[in-house]
Design a protein around this ligand. Structure first.
Ligand SMILES: [Mn+2]
Length: 369
């Protein structure tokens, strides 16, 4: 056992002991939220410096919940808190979010873990595989709206399994419970976090999301919001759209689009979103390669289906990481070490599996243009 592993074992054993005091799951009444916040603040007070980690290639929900949690910890627990992410902030809207609101978020490459004695994780969980927390570390705090994973219970403070449409909703609950005046950039970021994760309160939305959204709206800067939602786009974006339309293959009510090389990972999600709005399309899959990994993104309109479960079954079987909800999901699969033949075989297997799951196995594809 290496030193790091021994360290991790001790951490997990400690977390297990402490997890008896963990705040219960489910429910989001005022007093429960208040108790969860008190527990979080009390825990943070005995620490010096917090690192708040988003998932890789963070979306607005993870950026907003990270920044809001950092603000809350600084104000209520009096400790320094830094938000960091793995990967890149790619999507033009997400870059605008950070720039327009001047949100303090940093690439993980500029962070030294030894500077921090508290680690929090937002919008993802330890086992999720879409974050860059080294295996030798375990988060003390986990706040996430994705389906609960067993290891998250080991965190000292875990707010998971509440089944809201966004993590921003969970953090907004804390802000409301704190009674503090919220700075406009924080309110604007959280508002946009909920808005984008639920696609304007349409996707996976629960009553707490609507409540948080309405509470944030009068506190948000709508002029800044407009600049975030309609950002300037680089020329590359239009080149990629062109390629996407050319590459798209229509199989009945499913569209599959292999983008080849992409210039940031979220592009697969953007393109999958785009094609889902086409005609009678019920399923949309886009994939692209970025720095030695293939990024897959699946979207569906079929409420009976679970895109997250589907993509996990298909991509984890190939050795990748996957996650997501009922209607939207994504995955990453390292292809750097695959030979050309291995890669072709993998692609055939994966595409066949997706076509089967989409219910269009025997369908002949047609080009869009
Ligand atoms: Mn989210």
């Amino acid at each position: 056992m290496t030193r790091d592993q021994a360290h991790l074992r001790r951490r997990i054993a400690g977390a297990r002991r402490r997890s008896r005091t963990r705040v219960g799951l489910g429910g989001s009444s005022r007093s429960e939220v208040r108790a969860r916040l008190d527990r979080l603040v009390e825990f943070a007070r005995s620490h010096k410096k917090a690192l708040i980690l988003t998932h890789d290639n963070p979306d607005p929900d993870s950026i907003a919940s990270g920044v809001a949690l950092a603000w809350l910890l600084e104000r209520l627990a009096g400790i320094e808190a830094v938000v960091a992410y793995g990967g890149v902030v790619g999507r033009a809207e997400n870059r605008a979010l950070v720039k327009v609101l001047r949100l303090p978020v940093f690439p993980l490459s500029r962070i030294s873990f030894s500077d921090y004695d508290l680690i929090a994780m937002v919008d993802t969980q330890p086992e999720q595989g879409n974050h860059s927390l080294p295996a030798a570390h375990f988060p003390d705090v986990v706040i996430d709206h994705h389906p609960e994973q067993p290891e998250s219970r080991l965190a000292v403070v875990a707010d998971v399994g509440r089944d809201t449409g966004s993590t921003s909703t969970l953090v907004t609950d804390y802000l409301r419970a704190s009674g503090l005046d919220i700075p406009s950039p924080i309110a604007t970021a959280l508002f946009y976090g909920i808005k984008s994760d639920t696609r304007d309160l349409e996707r996976e939305t629960t009553p707490p999301d609507v409540e948080a959204y309405l509470w944030l709206f009068p506190r948000a800067d709508t002029e800044a919001l407009s600049r975030i939602e309609r950002p300037r786009l680089p020329e590359d974006h239009f080149r990629l759209l062109h390629a996407a339309v050319e590459q798209a293959r229509v199989y009945g009510d499913a569209v599959i689009c292999d983008l080849g090389k992409i210039y940031y990972p979220d592009l697969a999600a953007e393109v999958a979103d785009r094609f889902l709005s086409m005609g009678d399309v019920k399923w949309s899959l886009a994939l692209g390669e970025y720095r030695g990994s293939l990024y897959f993104s699946v979207r569906t309109r079929d409420r009976r289906m679970n895109a997250g479960k589907m993509i996990r079954e298909i991509i984890e079987g190939e050795g990748g990481n996957a996650g997501g909800h009922g209607s939207m999901a994504g995955a990453r699969l390292a292809v750097r070490r695959m030979s050309v033949v291995e890669r072709q075989r993998m692609m055939r297997r994966v595409l066949r599996a997706f076509l089967r799951e989409f219910g269009v196995s025997g369908t002949r594809p047609r080009k869009l243009v």
